[in-house]
Design a protein. Structure first.
Lengths: 264, 94
């Protein structure tokens, strides 16, 4: 019996799709049978991030409306035999699927896969309700910005109201230098405000843009810092205890001097 | 960044850092956001208040008002509760 995990955030552009792609690919490298589900109907992107945009025949609406069988709509990944994508429909809207249909779909995925990772659309309307309807647990993605943290707080409230308690948090796009200079909230600040369990921290990393350009998730790139962060997050999803990535910047000359003078 | 801010930062005084401004603003916004998620909560609070206050005095429940008010620096719970009669037997019970 597999597990259905929804990746959500409230605010758009914080890294839900990137997180979904990397989590799923990471789990597949560990030998798990995984399906990625794009529920952002009308604005699909998970196919592009995975580099599978040219292989789409059927989509999630075809499956939920009985137009085709699940097996026909699943796209097998280029790199892994045990990784699949169920793409969103591009020409319909969020109301083309209902929460009840998502529950039925999730049940089917739970039987066929070890993990189903659901990429939730931004917002708190129908698309969000669909994405969380069949999920067993939730991962909330935020960035260290006020607007993203505020929206994450709202989403956490809504998740708890919909029986998905204990969501876990990924803080994405941390810039260690800005944190050091006091110009960006750090991990402790955000955990203090949101009061939920941390799943991982991901540093801002240009290699994410490069990997999206190529359609190859960063988790496969041994040289990528964000990829390393996602490798650790993947292991935590599977229940391992893994240390957080060290994002501290070593003290420069100026701060050593300040310490010497007792100013810090 | 102004010169003063820069100097403060070089001296390791973090009070002016923008992260602290963000944290403080977020704290206030979330008090209001979280409260506004459930009007149910205000109602429950109102009922609890009535129950407790009625031990000490009679109040006019129909004119009672309980609201959250927000200004730049804080969010406050403001209650206006008209008293119709004090209870004389309070001292006896205690």
């Amino acid at each position: 019996m597999g597990e259905v995990i929804v990746v959500t955030s409230g605010k758009g552009g914080v890294g839900k799709t990137t997180t979904t792609a990397n989590l799923g690919t990471g789990l597949a490298t560990a030998g798990q049978k995984v399906v990625l589900v794009d529920t952002d109907i009308g604005l699909r992107n998970l196919d592009v991030v995975m580099g599978l945009e040219n292989r789409i025949v059927y989509d999630i609406v075809d499956v939920t409306s009985g137009n085709c069988r699940l097996r026909q709509a699943l796209i097998k990944d280029k790199r892994f035999e045990n990784l699949y994508l169920l793409p969103a429909a591009q020409t319909k809207d969020k109301t083309a699927v209902s929460p009840e249909q998502m529950k039925v779909l999730s049940e089917e995925l739970r039987n066929d896969f070890d993990y189903a990772i659901i990429d939730c659309p931004a917002g708190i309307e129908q698309g969000f309700k669909n994405a969380v309807a069949g999920a067993d647990r939730a991962v909330v993605v935020t960035t260290p910005e006020m607007s993203a943290v505020r929206d994450a707080d709202r989403i956490i409230g809504l998740l708890e109201a919909s029986e998905l308690s204990n969501p876990r948090l990924i803080i994405n796009r941390i810039r260690p230098l800005m944190v050091k200079h006091g110009d960006m909230m750090d991990m402790a600040d955000i955990l203090d405000i949101l009061a939920i369990e941390l799943l991982g921290v991901v540093p801002e990393d240009e290699s994410i843009i490069v990997s999206t350009n190529k359609g190859e998730p960063a988790v496969l790139d041994r040289g990528s810092k964000a990829g390393e962060a996602y490798r650790r997050i993947t292991r935590r999803i599977r229940g391992e205890q893994v240390a957080l990535m060290n994002l501290d910047i070593p003290d420069g000359l100026m701060s050593k001097f300040k310490k010497l003078l007792g100013l810090h | 960044m102004s010169l003063l801010e820069f100097i403060n930062r070089m001296l390791g005084k973090e009070n002016t850092s923008s992260k602290n401004i963000a944290k403080e603003r977020l704290r206030l916004v979330l008090v209001h956001d979280r409260a506004s998620i459930s009007p149910q909560m205000l109602n429950n609070l109102k009922e609890d208040l009535i129950r407790v206050i009625s031990n000490y005095m009679d109040i006019d429940e129909s004119c009672m008002e309980v609201n959250l008010s927000q200004d730049d620096r804080e969010v406050a719970l403001v209650a206006s509760i008209p008293i119709t009669r004090m209870k004389r037997d309070y001292s006896v019970r205690s």
